[in-house]
Ligand binder design. Structure first.
Ligand code: ZN
Length: 152
């Protein structure tokens, strides 16, 4: 198990536009494993590669019921609206309300190099939008209203 340090804002890597993955090679497989281990260790529900310092278009997520990993994810359609409180492992101690689409359709690639075409709504749709934003250097406070400290 490899748990990586999660970069926090204002680390400049978090603000870069990530590169597409051309080929799923051994390095990408290892990266996916490290991302999964790091996300679960940090008790997050999603993680994007730049959060562990790798500027590649890869996300992993598990909003509670199943684990998903997507290479080169793209939102191809979105619909509706939701407004929920969000946080981020790279912006510790803060939460804020973000306006997101209620439903999204996402395409990408799985570890086997097969195409993914996924429809999601609610929390899963939110996490997909949040993680895909990371790949373009966008952090949730950029979109949030009512930022506040996360007090338990
Ligand atoms: Zn995040």
């Amino acid at each position: 198990m490899s748990v990586y340090k999660i970069l926090t804002s204002p680390d400049p890597v978090l603000r870069q536009k990530c590169a597409e993955v051309k080929k799923v090679n051994a390095g990408v497989l290892r990266l996916l494993e490290n991302m999964r281990d790091t996300m679960y260790f940090a008790e997050g529900i999603g993680l994007a590669a730049p959060q562990i310092g790798v500027s590649k278009r890869i996300i992993v997520l598990d909003p509670g019921d199943n684990y998903l990993e997507i290479i080169n994810p793209v939102i191809v359609a979105s619909e509706g609206e939701q407004n929920r409180s969000e946080g981020c492992l790279s912006v510790p101690g803060k939460v804020g309300w973000c306006k997101r689409a209620q439903k999204v359709r996402v395409t990408g690639m799985d570890v086997g190099g097969n195409n993914i075409d996924l429809e999601a709504e609610g929390l899963l749709a939110l996490v997909l939008q949040h993680e895909i934003d990371h790949l373009d250097g966008i952090l949730f406070p950029d979109k949030a209203t009512h930022m506040r400290n996360d007090e338990f």
